[in-house]
Design a protein around this ligand. Structure first.
Ligand SMILES: [Zn+2]
Length: 282
């Protein structure tokens, strides 16, 4: 792996890579056990639709894992580009006044606020096709979190890294946010109707996020918050009327086909460009 990284001219800390691997393994094990406990007999009786969804999600896990070195180069490139803009940043010494947990908590809140708007943008027009891939899973379960187009992953991770650079966040704070977010995001995709009662506006639950994936007109463009649903409440997009039993997905869903899903954004962007050209000529 070191040779691979050398070829790409990028140094990835081997220990950090191993730590990330351990976190992913722990995460996968924990949610597999949780899913079996929560779904009991359902967890072993898979419908053919569910099996197709699992296959596609595993295809995304493997493909995105293989392409990760290229994605890291792209994400690092975006951050290098940001540094050259000369936009003022918070000096890392600024956080020296507080214990390490403070910048980590601030980073979660700031990143989640940015994420709310970034997610809202990804539901609009030209950005929607890359995010639609994540919404294509009609059998939502904990592996659905991994279903994301590589272009969207670069877009999201790039914005996080730029934000961390801008905030002067320490590597420890960044690692804490990344790990917390990864566990929480996999949790909200679980196929369970769990809620958080009076804390529902502070920490997103599986029921809250399931409504975001609902293919029902009343639920479209709702619940954009990743971690803190309070953002949705403040900006008028909160929707969580009760248990979510409506179909999931979106109209014109390309279906459970990995290749079709990988090509989906490019086909949609091609169609949009064609329409634009035709309208300009008319
Ligand atoms: Zn979405």
């Amino acid at each position: 792996m070191d040779d691979l990284m050398d070829i790409f001219g990028l140094h990835i800390d081997a220990e950090a890579g191993k730590a990330l691997g351990v976190v992913y393994l722990l995460q996968f094990t924990l949610f597999t056990v949780l899913a079996f406990i929560a779904r009991r007999s359902d967890a072993i009786h898979w419908s053919s639709e569910f099996l197709k969804s699992v296959r596609v999600n595993w295809s995304f896990i493997i493909f995105n894992g293989l392409i990760a070195p290229f994605a890291i180069i792209a994400v690092t490139g975006l951050n290098t580009g940001f540094k050259t803009t000369g936009i003022p940043t918070v000096p890392p010494e600024f956080w020296g006044f507080a214990p390490a947990i403070v910048p980590a908590i601030v980073a979660v809140i700031v990143a989640d606020f940015v994420d709310y708007w970034s997610h809202r943008l990804r539901h609009i027009s030209v950005l929607w096709p890359m995010h639609a891939v994540h919404h294509s899973d009609t059998q939502m379960h904990y592996l659905s979190w991994y279903r994301a187009h590589i272009i969207e992953l670069i877009f999201i991770q790039g914005s996080y890294l730029v934000l961390a650079t801008w905030m002067g966040a320490s590597p420890g704070a960044v690692a804490g946010v990344v790990i917390f977010r990864a566990f929480h995001q996999q949790y909200v995709h679980m196929n369970v109707d769990w809620t958080h009662g009076r804390f529902g506006l502070l920490l997103a639950s599986p029921r809250f996020h399931r409504w975001h994936h609902a293919d029902a007109r009343e639920a479209w463009d709702k619940n954009f918050s990743s971690i803190i649903p309070l953002w949705d409440k403040l900006f008028g997009t909160y929707y969580c009327p009760g248990r979510c039993d409506v179909p999931l997905g979106f109209p014109n869903n390309p279906g459970e086909n990995f290749v079709k899903l990988m090509l989906y954004p490019f086909r949609e962007w091609g169609r949009m460009t064609k329409e634009l050209v035709q309208r300009a000529r008319a």
